[in-house]
Design a protein around this ligand. Structure first.
Ligand code: AMP
Length: 447
């Protein structure tokens, strides 16, 4: 889209845009406008910096008539106080020539002052979920006039544990409303959330621009299961000259801890982990050490890695295949920056094959498959999620069918119990006595 004129927007908005010096809509703005104007629910996949705030505010402001009423008609939920301030500021700029009122509320400040501000009346309320919920239950805010709700950075909100507050708020809103959400990454949590609260949403997604594919060499390995992926990871990461500064992406906190624990056995202080259950201090330290080259391997989830300014990453290893191909682009875009060469490696199981094909389709490129190294042990062990599910075991009619699976499982359990800790097993196999710089190494091994 070459200019804002194509969107048929009001004179007031045109003047504000001219003041801001914007020449044409960004891709997410061009694509979201008609969807939001049509009134359907919308899911936008876009990162900060793509112009997403304006992407939802432009059609909302265009659609807002001046009304002198107290109760808000539009609600914007964001994860942090900084974002509340930032979004309020942006709305004030866009609404400069209209008389739309906007108010920001967030935790950590005097709630009584905010109650007074709300009582003055506002058209748009921008809020963090916790404080907003407090204002709602103390009856300071009336929700009956809300027509549109925007939830921004949903991935971060869910990762910070705001699901409960979000759910409570959404359940109190009038049923007849438009839901709009933005997320930089699609995660299973986000997907579930959409499923619970959105009605047939239209998805608007902007391909990550500027991912310099030509600077990134991509490889992939077909791997049968989680523990074999760990074995392969241990094998490739041993080469410390090549894998100088490596980001290992995992799908969630649970696998972050599992993968980190197993890597830690071999690489000790060379490896660190970040995810949202770690304290802020812990995360800052991990990132500083990684940036300073003290740790060469950083295990991270998609949500945590977002917003990190990491430089000179030599390798990005995708321990899983993201369900949403855009997430893969975000991940590998961490390497190959500023003319530097980078390498991205993708480990996929049979189950993840379709997701891998979706990525290749998006990139219009087939990732080179490397042979699984003969020296790497193929693990028979399965994680709980990988084990075949026994369904309806109490149904006598099904007993015959589930019989063999039952025995199989018993046998497997038996094997696991005999083998003891998996860490110990792979430790014996790989014998990586990594001691350099690891203060805890001796302590750990005396145990
Ligand atoms: P956001 O992704 O909403 O955080 O926006 C990122 C930055 O892009 C903000 O500083 C906006 O003011 C700016 N911006 C938004 N829309 C446009 C546009 N159409 N042209 C140029 N800059 C824009």
């Amino acid at each position: 889209m070459e200019s804002f004129n194509e969107l048929n927007i009001s004179k007031q908005l045109q003047y504000a845009i001219a003041d801001l010096g914007f020449e044409k809509p960004t891709p997410i703005q061009a694509q979201s406008f008609s969807v939001i104007m049509s009134g359907t629910d919308m899911v936008g996949i876009a990162q900060t910096g793509t112009g997403k705030t304006f992407a939802y505010m432009l059609p909302i402001l265009q659609d807002m008539k001046f009304l002198k009423q107290v109760h808000p008609r539009v609600m914007v939920l964001v994860p942090t106080r900084e974002l509340v301030l930032q979004v309020v500021e942006e709305i004030e700029k866009f609404g400069k020539y209209s008389s739309i009122r906007v108010l920001g509320v967030y935790g950590g400040t005097n709630i009584n002052n905010q109650k007074e501000a709300v009582a003055q009346g506002t058209d748009i309320i921008v809020a963090t979920p916790g404080r907003l919920y407090d204002l709602i239950i103390s009856r300071a805010i009336q929700l009956k006039s809300i027509k549109k709700v925007v939830i921004d950075e949903v991935d971060v909100m869910l990762d910070l544990g705001f699901r409960f507050q979000l759910t409570n708020i959404l359940e109190l809103l009038p049923a007849k409303r438009q839901n709009i959400m933005f997320s930089a990454t699609m995660t299973e949590d986000v997907n579930l959330f959409i499923h619970d609260f959105f009605v047939a949403p239209a998805t608007v997604s902007v391909a990550v621009s500027g991912t310099p594919l030509e600077n990134i060499t991509q490889y992939t390995y077909a791997v049968p299961n989680f523990y074999t992926k760990v074995n392969l990871l241990l094998h490739i990461l041993k080469d410390e000259k090549v894998f100088r500064k490596t980001l290992v992406f995992v799908p969630n906190k649970k696998s972050a801890d599992m993968v980190f624990d197993l890597l830690d056995e071999f690489f000790g202080s060379e490896v660190a982990v970040i995810h949202s259950n770690k304290t802020q201090n812990y995360r800052i330290r991990s990132i500083e050490n990684f940036n300073a080259g003290k740790t060469r391997i950083l295990v991270t989830t998609d949500v945590m890695a977002r917003g990190l300014d990491l430089d000179q990453i030599s390798h990005v290893i995708n321990f899983d295949v993201p369900n949403f191909p855009e997430n893969y682009m975000h991940r590998i875009g961490r390497t190959g920056r500023a003319e530097q060469e980078g390498t991205a490696i993708l480990l996929y199981t049979e189950k993840e094959k379709d997701a891998k094909i979706a990525i290749e389709t998006l990139m219009d490129l087939e990732i080179e498959v490397l042979d699984f190294p003969a020296e790497v042990e193929v693990s028979e062990r399965l994680t709980f999620d990988e084990q075949p599910q026994v369904i309806e075991i109490n149904n006598p009619n099904n007993m015959e069918e589930v019989g063999p699976a039952f025995h199989e499982k018993k046998e497997k359990n038996l094997k696991e119990n005999q083998g003891g800790s998996y860490k110990r097993i792979i430790k014996q196999k790989y014998k990586k006595p990594k001691t350099r710089g690891d203060k805890n190494y001796n302590k750990r091994n005396k145990k």
